[in-house]
Design a protein around this ligand. Structure first.
Ligand SMILES: [Ca+2]
Ligand SMILES: [Ca+2]
Length: 355
């Protein structure tokens, strides 16, 4: 059964901003001042015009699990504060590895072949199947968290080569890693160009000591308020974004299985291989005192996704945002919707066969 959402007139009065603005004079330097509103502009203003408050509330209501009940059959009597339904959020076990991984973009190590893969990503709004296949896997050792993406793509294309360019304006894949008080955003295109940002919830920003970290200080010109993209009524309240964050020791690589920026042929796609050192996760682990590296059965919230500039043709309803599990609203920035990643000290060779 298809859902029906209210149609809201664009630019209606009483318009709550879907993003925090940047002063026009700041739109210079540092890759356009970090393209600060990143997705707010691209995924908010450009794709979600300003709606009137009643319409916005109606949209959120119609995106709620209650309205989805016929499709998703939520548990009786449960009401989520978030646009994703708890029962829909993915669970995954990340296994330990002992053999070294070469970060070259090729996911040909035996460990990657043994690791469980995510299901094919689904549309972030509808949860429906997507045009092309996207899968991911997560592994770890005592030094690093490893993430691999398999991205089916008949025309692999990318343009940005400068770090922190608006990678989301290319086709990309993205990683979000959340702690209790903070979360990290990572994006990468097929040219192995990356974009990073770090977000901190205001309710713990001062009292937990994040406010004195140079990269997170309010006085840092690369730190600004951020209020999500589509879900601007997060019950936790405000947050800050820092575009002055580089994940310590991060290693990234991409392999293109085809020809890059040549549309005359048909490519198979691209793969992405990432190593995030645990020691770079200090500010993510602090809030809930997560161990670095994890202990057996520790659980983190992490989200993996893919964004496309093209859409599946009508009548498909393709939002262009493809996720491991659905958010139900156009917003990557909802840690409560991120999949549950459980870390096992068992070797990846003991993992179940990939689906
Ligand atoms: Ca490799
Ligand atoms: Ca090509």
């Amino acid at each position: 059964m298809s859902r029906v959402r209210p149609v809201c007139p664009a630019n209606a009065p009483i318009a709550p901003r879907l993003e925090t603005g940047i002063a026009p004079g700041l739109k210079t330097g540092y890759a356009n001042s970090m393209i600060i509103h990143e997705r707010a502009i691209r995924r908010g203003a450009t794709r979600f015009p300003r709606f009137s408050l009643p319409c916005l509330l109606a949209f959120i209501f119609f995106s709620s699990p209650l309205v989805h009940s016929a499709e998703t059959a939520p548990r009786q009597g449960t009401v989520s504060k978030f646009p994703c339904e708890e029962a829909e959020i993915a669970h995954y076990t990340a296994y330990h590895i002992t053999k070294p991984i070469r970060i070259d973009g090729r996911l040909d190590e035996a460990s990657w072949k043994a690791a469980p893969r995510s299901p094919r990503f689904i549309d972030v709004l509808s949860g429906k199947p997507t045009l092309h296949d996207t899968q991911a896997a997560i592994m770890w050792d005592d030094q690093n968290l490893y993430i691999g993406f398999w991205v089916e793509e008949p025309n692999v294309a990318a343009t940005f080569t400068e770090r922190n360019s608006p990678i989301y304006e290319n086709n990309d894949v993205e990683v979000f890693i959340a702690g209790r008080d903070t979360y990290y955003e990572f994006e990468i295109n097929a040219l192995n160009t990356i974009y990073e940002a770090f977000f901190l919830w205001e309710d713990t920003y001062e009292k937990e000591g994040y406010s004195v970290v140079p990269q997170f200080k309010r006085s840092n010109p690369k730190v600004r308020p951020f209020n999500g993209v589509g879900f601007t009524t997060h019950p936790r309240g405000g947050r800050l974004g820092s575009w002055d964050w580089a994940f310590p020791g991060l290693k990234t690589a991409v392999h293109v299985d085809g020809t890059l920026n040549n549309a005359k042929d048909k490519d198979r796609g691209w793969t992405v291989e990432l190593a995030f050192p645990w020691q770079g996760m200090k500010w993510l682990a602090k809030g809930d005192q997560q161990a670095l590296p994890p202990r057996n059965d520790d659980v983190w919230r992490m989200d993996l996704s893919r964004f496309n500039q093209y859409k599946a043709p009508s009548p498909a309803k393709d939002s262009g945002g493809w996720f491991w599990s659905r958010h139900g609203i156009w917003d990557s920035h909802i840690p409560e919707c991120f999949p549950y990643i459980r870390f096992s000290t068992n070797d990846v060779a003991t993992a179940a066969k990939p689906r």
